[in-house]
Design a binder for this molecule. Structure first.
Ligand SMILES: [Zn+2]
Ligand SMILES: [Zn+2]
Length: 280
């Protein structure tokens, strides 16, 4: 499968001269399956340009949303395929026992926050709860709850050629653990990340910043290195960069992860990156 990064920032877009290399758009990743499936992971601000670049002849798009925080949804109202392309759009999101996905998405996609209601969009999307196992074309998807406020899932996508991508952009696996990592079976996200050919994962905080942000739902660079090593991921891409971190600081944080997880191949999480994922 092919993986393209269209937005790697967390929490809030961060455009500007200091973020040109890692990018300022929020979480948006395109996955193109080996049989032509087009899957978007999250709908941050990067899906606006992503939507403009999609080929016009695709018949179906699937957007897999990890959770309903704004940085993962904000691009939806500006996603060109919802305004006229002749493409079928499916949106998958974490299930809730109290409110449907339509109602939760409509909190943003309705006045006064947004002028157009979800149901009035020219290309009204079909909505689905992300069950623990489902398929998009030939891609097998696993969705599992992970530790982050507000009902959040991570995704694991397996292509029929055997390549496997794990996507956990917002995740605090160390929360409540005296020593991290704990045993595999007690570590949030372990099953999703295990032996992934590529793990795209939260890397919001430096080790110095984390103690002031315990419970905010994110990972420090040392915790990221520990989790990736525990899960024996083959390649690791730090993601969901804090909006206050400029390119130089992100270079330094990437270097810390590389040093602490020497067995994992590190790929910088930069907007505009593309890679072909093949099985090991
Ligand atoms: Zn986020
Ligand atoms: Zn979040």
């Amino acid at each position: 499968m092919r993986v393209e990064l269209w937005g790697t920032r967390g929490s809030l877009p961060a455009p500007g001269t200091e973020t040109t290399r890692y990018g300022g758009n929020t979480s948006s990743v395109l996955v193109v399956g080996s049989e032509g499936e087009h899957i978007l992971l999250d709908a941050g601000t990067g899906i606006r340009p992503l939507g403009l670049a999609l080929p016009e002849d695709i018949a179906r798009l699937d957007i897999l949303v990890t959770h309903l925080h704004m940085d993962h949804l904000q691009g939806l109202g500006f996603f060109p395929p919802l305004f006229g392309h002749h493409v079928e759009v499916h949106i998958w999101g974490p299930p809730s026992t109290t409110m449907s996905l339509h109602r939760r998405l409509s909190r943003y996609l309705s006045p006064p926050l947004f002028p157009v209601r979800l149901r009035d969009m020219p290309r009204r999307p079909e909505l689905h709860d992300a069950r623990p196992y489902f398929r998009v074309g030939s891609i097998r998807v696993r969705a599992d709850r992970i530790c982050h406020p507000g009902g959040t899932v991570g995704y694991r996508l397996t292509d029929p050629n055997g390549s496997c991508l794990a996507y956990l952009p917002d995740h605090e696996p160390a929360l409540g653990q005296r020593h991290f990592p704990a045993a595999r079976e007690w570590t949030s996200g372990f099953d999703l990340a295990r032996h992934a050919d590529l793990l795209i994962h939260d890397a919001q905080y430096t080790d110095e910043e984390y103690p002031d942000h315990v419970g905010w739902g994110h990972t420090s660079v040392s915790q990221l290195a520990a989790l990736a090593s525990l899960a024996e991921a083959r390649q690791l891409m730090p993601f969901h960069h804090d909006p206050s971190h400029d390119d130089e600081q992100l270079d330094a944080m990437t270097a810390v992860v590389a040093e602490r997880a020497p067995s994992v191949t590190l790929l910088p999480g930069r907007e505009g990156s593309r890679l072909e994922l093949a099985p090991a």
